[in-house]
Structures are given as structure tokens and as C-alpha cells.
Design a protein. Structure first.
Lengths: 186, 154
């Protein structure tokens, strides 16, 4: 029952975020969405994912979205209701139906016979403590069994930071020249 | 933001947020969380400071140079742990090969090392992204300084 309430609230938050014209409010509603998602992950016993969702989705992303809005403006530009817009809801509905149809082919929720529970999961559950000496199985997988992936993830974050430095720093470095060029750099 | 309440509350909260962030990074192997989450929380504490006391005051705490160096050194710590594994006779990132008393301890310390690396990079990059993306409201009186900084940087 609690899960149904949470999922309904999640859909409401998603629709509200899409329909809002004020971009700061939309960012706030997305934070609510992430927090609800974190509660759902917790109720599914996925605490590590919930932790990430709460800190990154509800925390940092909201701050960065609002920081980005401070560059652009608070209001969403009004869209013109042209002929193109009319068939988009139909396409969306078809995609949703196709995705729902796809879920019928998946194993039942929590099915112990699901293929994902028979590949590497038994080894992680039985042997991860012996092999890696850490008690949190998620950390054992992330840091040890999938150490290369985590190295890649860290490199991606570093690359993102480098790109932000390269793209956004140049503008501030030449504040005198910017006005001469007539805002060509900004 | 010159609101006394917000300043007082965040002055009280920020040390605890940072302590919690370090706890999450260090306890990644025995509880939920790890380098990524802890790094994000650590960055959030600095971002809170910068929002409440202004970007300029925030940059005095974490200078541009510091965050730049930290964001790359985290990846280097991670890669360095992998290289240490190779130097002590194992494969890349095979923590059991590290020269500690037993393979269990070695694996533990190896994972601890990379968690710290992840945390340092994530925290520094998030701080960098925030500072670069937030608009300079105090640009007028910070401009002279920015020009000077740019000259010394170049």
C-alpha cells in the first residue's frame, strides 16, 4: 500500500515538473521526485542506491539546476502550438504501451528463479566477504569485482569537471575583451 | 545572503555535514555509502557555505587551484593503488597482492584507498562545477580581482 502511494506521488511529481513554467520551481519539484525515489529504493532495501539518489538527485543536481537557471532566466519560453505538436502525445502513448508490453516478458517482482539471480549473484553473496574482506556487498562489487568500472566512472566525473573548467572559465578570464567583441564569447 | 538566522544555522551545521561526509567515505566498506556519496555530501557542505556567505568567501575556503589539484589527484590515487598492486606482483587493481600482513588486510586497505580517491575527485569536481556555473552576483567588485587572477594564471 505504501509503495502504491509513493509511486502515485512520484507520477504526480514528474507531471508537475514537466508542466511547470517556472524553472526554479520545476527544479525543486525534481528534488521532491528524487527524494520520493530514494524512499522507494529504501523500501526495496537498496540503501546504497537510495543514498546516491538522495545526495546526488535531490541535493547536488537541484543546486546545479538552479545555478544554471540563474544564467538563463526563470521562465520557460512559451511553446507555439503548431501542427507538429499534435502527434507527439500519440507517439508518447505508443511508446508507453510498448514499454508496458515489454514488462510482461520480465520475471515476476522478487522472483528467486529470475536469471539475474543465477549468474554472478550467488558468488557475490556467498564469497564476497572472503574474497574482498568488506562487509558491504555493494562496495565489494563496486570496488573490487567491478573495480575497472568504478575507475571509469571516476574518470568520467573528472572529465566532466575538466570540460566545465574549459568551457566556462574562458569567459571570465577576459572580462575586458568580452565587451569589445560584443558578447561573441558569451 | 545576509540573513543572520541562515548564517548562524549553517555555521552550526557545516562541521557536522563534513563530519558525516568523512564518516560515509571511511565506512563505505561496512555500511551504505562510499566514496561517491561521501564526496557529494562533502561538496554539498562547501556549496552551502558558498551560497550562504557568497561565492567569494567560498573560494577563499577552497581556492580554484586547490579544487583543480584535488579533482585530478583523486583519479591519480585510484590509478596509483592499481599500479601499486602491479608493482607488488599482482594484476592491475588486484588488492590482495598489496604488501600487507595478509591478503584480507591488503584487500581492505586497497578498497579503502580507492574509496578515498573517488571521494576526493567527486567532491572537488562538484565544487568546481558549482563555482563555475553560479553567476557572479558580486561580479562588479570582484572583476578587478578576476582580471588580476587571470593575469597571474596565464
Amino acid at each position: 500500500m505504501t509503495e502504491i502511494i509513493l509511486l502515485v506521488l512520484l507520477v504526480i511529481a514528474a507531471l508537475a515538473a514537466v508542466s511547470m513554467r517556472n524553472l526554479v520551481s520545476a527544479g525543486m519539484v525534481l528534488a521532491v521526485y528524487s527524494l520520493l525515489m530514494a524512499v522507494i529504493w529504501t523500501s526495496l532495501n537498496a540503501v546504497d542506491v537510495a543514498f546516491t539518489e538522495a545526495s546526488v538527485g535531490a541535493g547536488i543536481t537541484t543546486v546545479l539546476l538552479i545555478a544554471a537557471v540563474s544564467h538563463t532566466g526563470r521562465k520557460e519560453a512559451p511553446s507555439k502550438p503548431g501542427r507538429r505538436m499534435k502527434f507527439i502525445p500519440v507517439v508518447m502513448l505508443l511508446i508507453v504501451l510498448a514499454l508496458v508490453y515489454g514488462t510482461f516478458g520480465m520475471p515476476d517482482f522478487g522472483d528467486p528463479e529470475a536469471p539475474s539471480h543465477h549468474h554472478v549473484a550467488p558468488r557475490y553473496i556467498h564469497r564476497s566477504h572472503d574474497e574482498t574482506a568488506v562487509t558491504n556487498m555493494v562496495t565489494a562489487v563496486l570496488a573490487s569485482y567491478r573495480g575497472y568500472d568504478t575507475l571509469g566512472e571516476t574518470t568520467v566525473i573528472f572529465t566532466a569537471g575538466t570540460c566545465v573548467m574549459l568551457l566556462l572559465r574562458r569567459r571570465r578570464r577576459k572580462p575586458g575583451k568580452e565587451t569589445k567583441r560584443g558578447g561573441a564569447t558569451g | 545572503m545576509n540573513n543572520v538566522t541562515i548564517q548562524a544555522v549553517s555555521r552550526l551545521l557545516i562541521p557536522f555535514i563534513q563530519l558525516f561526509a568523512l564518516y560515509v567515505i571511511v565506512h563505505g566498506d561496512s555500511g551504505p555509502g562510499g566514496g561517491f556519496q561521501g564526496g557529494v555530501i562533502l561538496a554539498a557542505s562547501f556549496i552551502l557555505y558558498a551560497i550562504v556567505f557568497g561565492a567569494k568567501a567560498g573560494r577563499e575556503r577552497v581556492s580554484r587551484k586547490t579544487s583543480d589539484i584535488l579533482s585530478s589527484s583523486g583519479v591519480l590515487i585510484y590509478g596509483g593503488v592499481g599500479l601499486c598492486c602491479m608493482l607488488s606482483g599482482g594484476y592491475y587493481l588486484e588488492y590482495n597482492a598489496l604488501p600487507f600482513a595478509n591478503p584480507h588486510l591488503a584487500s581492505h586497505y586497497g578498497i579503502f584507498g580507492i574509496e578515498i580517491g573517488v571521494g576526493v575527485t567527486v567532491a572537488a569536481v562538484m565544487i568546481t562545477i558549482f563555482f563555475e556555473m553560479s553567476r557572479r552576483d558580486e561580479k562588479e567588485h570582484a572583476d578587478g580581482r578576476a582580471v588580476q587572477e587571470a593575469r597571474t594564471d596565464d
